[in-house]
Design a protein around this ligand. Structure first.
Ligand code: ZN
Length: 288
């Protein structure tokens, strides 16, 4: 999530990419945490390499897509997951870039790791009616530039875009949607509640990559995982208010506090389970 205040004036540091840890073999939560750690430990450039290494390891056909927009150069990463070439496209995406402060673990290695987890699950057991692809966007923090480059420079229009940004802990799936009555919202509510999570759905939500799609009239939603008690304060702060006790997420993201240790892999993994179940239910209800 970008904040106008944190627009970086200097390029990211040029450390060599950190070594990427060997593939995790443990539980889904451990695997999610290992992905967050690998992305977070890397330099800004190395974050993309960590994702690409994971895609190669998972036998995904992926492609780095360099772009120039608004005078900025970046690189998105797109990968095919599963499904018929003729089937409508479900695109899952998250930004992988970060601000200069901290490790960008919650914002947004967390969302990137959710996309990797869902990709593995839909690769292992494809959806019935949708072809699934995934995207990792660059330069979200500079103004959704990577996602806008995809939309404005020839990317395929999906039947549904699903974004993930800030998915580090909490008891509530926060869903940005313009269609509060549709089947994806209903499926998300049922799947979340079945796993002991709440759902907050509506169009009051911080700016992130889904807006690049919505501005072009393309169908898009975005998911976060947060504490139920954080949502009101997050919206207040994005609205320019300064509540006396800021919600946790606003004390973590875009600061030196945004580290892997702040994330809760068990909660995030439960969130992944909920989103997977919701998308499968939504897919099962689709009219072929
Ligand atoms: Zn973000």
């Amino acid at each position: 999530m970008p904040l106008a205040l944190t627009v970086a004036l200097v390029a990211g540091c040029a450390h060599a990419p950190a070594d990427i840890p060997p593939p995790a073999t443990g539980t889904a939560a451990e695997r999610w945490r290992d992905d967050v750690a690998a992305i977070s430990a890397a330099s800004p450039e190395g974050r993309r390499l960590a994702i690409e290494a994971r895609l190669t390891e998972g036998s995904f056909a992926w492609q780095a897509q360099p772009f120039t927009l608004d005078g900025e150069q970046g690189t998105n990463v797109l990968a095919r997951v599963a499904g018929d070439a003729e089937a409508p496209l479900l695109l899952l995406g998250a930004h992988y870039d970060r601000v200069d402060a901290g490790q960008g673990a919650t914002d947004n290695a967390s969302g990137s790791a959710v996309v990797l987890a869902l990709a593995e699950r839909f690769q292992a057991r494809p959806l019935r009616h949708y072809r699934v692809a995934i995207a990792f966007w660059d330069l979200e923090e500079r103004g959704l530039i990577g996602a806008r480059a995809y939309v404005e420079q020839g990317g395929e229009r999906p039947a549904q875009y699903v974004n993930f940004d800030v998915f580090g802990w909490g008891d509530t799936v926060w869903m940005m949607t313009r269609e509060p009555e549709d089947t994806l919202v209903d499926a998300t509510r049922a799947a979340s509640e079945a796993l002991g999570l709440g759902l907050s759905a509506g169009d009051a939500y911080p700016p992130t990559d889904h807006l690049a799609f919505i501005k072009s009239g393309w169908p898009a939603v975005s998911y976060s995982l947060v504490g139920a008690d954080e949502i009101k304060g997050i919206l207040a702060m994005y609205g320019g208010e300064h509540p006396p006790t800021p919600p946790r997420v606003m004390e973590v993201i875009h600061s030196e506090h945004d580290t892997v240790e702040k994330t809760d892999a068990v909660a995030a993994s439960r969130g992944v389970d909920a989103i997977e179940a919701a998308l499968r239910q939504w897919d099962a209800q689709a009219v072929p």
